[in-house]
Design a binder for this molecule. Structure first.
Ligand code: FES
Length: 108
């Protein structure tokens, strides 16, 4: 199973086994990762799954979609180069070891 590493604002890491085909949001929500809420269930309408993908993985996670792009402007936490909605990143075997940072503002 490919692993996703979720890093909080203090540098704390949560390493989660994701299934191939599962979104980075789903893997976080079912594992209780703080700060990944996924309120809309992945239909690109809430923005509560915002993460910052680390630079070394930016070429691996695909392009930002049009709806995702619009919603990222409204998400909490700064919009940065690596900003993505984690519901729009689907895990593959090749993404094993993906590292994402979770915005502190999103932790409730
Ligand atoms: Fe709502 Fe990603 S879960 S936009």
């Amino acid at each position: 199973m490919p692993k996703v590493v979720y890093v909080d604002a203090t540098g704390g890491e949560r390493v989660i086994d994701a299934s191939v085909g599962e979104s980075v949001m789903r893997a976080a929500v079912r594992s209780g990762v703080p700060g990944i809420i996924g309120e809309c269930g992945g239909c690109v309408s809430c923005g509560t799954c915002h993460v910052w993908v680390r630079d070394e993985h930016l070429g691996e996670v695909g392009e930002v979609g049009d709806m995702e792009d619009d919603l990222l402007d409204l998400a909490v936490g700064d919009r940065r180069t690596g900003s993505r909605l984690s519901c729009q990143i689907t895990m593959t075997a090749e993404l094993d070891g993906l590292i994402v940072d979770v915005p502190e503002e999103q932790v409730v």
